[in-house]
Design a protein around this ligand. Sequence first.
Ligand code: AMP
Length: 419
Amino acid sequence: MSTFSAPRGTYDLIPPESADYLAVREAIAAPLRRAGYGYIETPGFENVELFARGVGESTDIVTKEMYTLTTKGGSRLALRPEGTAPVVRAVLEHNLHRGALPVKVWYSGSQYRYERPQAGRYRHFSQVGAEALGAEDPALDAELIILAVDAYRSLGLRNFRLLLNSLGDRECRPVYRAALQDFLRGLDLDEDTRARVEINPLRVLDDKREAVQKQLAGAPMMPDHLCEACKEYHEQVRGLLTAAGVEFEDDEKLVRGLDYYTRTTFEFVHDGLGSQSAVGGGGRYDGLSEMIGGPPLPSVGWALGVDRTVLALRAEGVELPQPSRTQVFAVPLGEEARRALFGVVTELRRQGIATDFAYGGRGLKNGMKSANRSGAAYAVVAGERDLAEGVVQVKNLDSGEQVPVPLDGVVAELRRNLA
Ligand code: AMP
């Protein structure tokens, strides 16, 4: 132990478990690449106002959870708490929206939120996200949802559910919002919640507390207030999902934590995760571009949590294939053998064979222990006597069989054996 440990609410990804995180990121990215999404990377911090305006002044993320700082130059920055507002900012800044639409991009990276840490909830976590900007088409909403489902399935995840709702648009949402406010004002709520009724009443539906949930029976619900256009749009999304074999549950209380969502809203939940059950979520955000000073740009996207996807896989006992493990392990005995075998190791690696080496000159016994621990199929051992005869010993670590092979032919011989 050093004097330091990882800050509260954060953890280190270390081998071998860290391989699962890479595999999850890769599995989520693969279907996106096949669907024409290009990779985008934005800075880890942004002007704090981007999130205040883009995510919403009344959200927990902006009011409580942002890591903010003032630079020596006086700029007010925030560590990125989510990926969508930065992506929209970047798309507008580089005028991607003036080209072919929709602009389809995906990202992978760290997010920072000052939350109360618990299992599955961290202050530093990672997401893979996808955004399709500049088109209003139910097929685009369906495409993104299907790509997320395909990613989960490709990982072998089974016990996840898709919750689906529509939050209406700027025509019907304000009418619904007012009706909901009327209803909520008549309830017995604490001061904080009453304040929320005035600023962001939809979030009250999301309140997990029993005392609040009990009073919500009979509350007006968004699906009953959708305008014709939103209703038709939502029906089309549902139809496309069903046709693609994607099951979903209609969840009229699904509002999610970010202000910018309109129409299609969805969340993926996993039942093996306890209270932090959301593994991913997203929706349509037709007004976000305008909120941050851009033109109208109807868009849809999602972010899937990498940490919780790994936890969900573990909860289901899914083992991900491990990355290429060592195939050959070289054990030199003495200075001359070290030079000769180091050359063999380098050449094997250049030829695509995963190879490792017994560093530190710790002798035959320790070297062979390391070779066995590495999981390699073959060990290459050489001492002074071998080299004097121009050979090295190639040992099959499964059968224990050992044969001398000419030093200058050992790379070819191992390639043949491993083919
Ligand atoms: P959000 O950006 O809040 O819509 O979250 C999208 C996904 O990111 C969630 O479904 C989680 O899987 C993941 N996520 C959000 N917040 C956290 C957190 N504090 N710790 C770990 N994962 C998180």
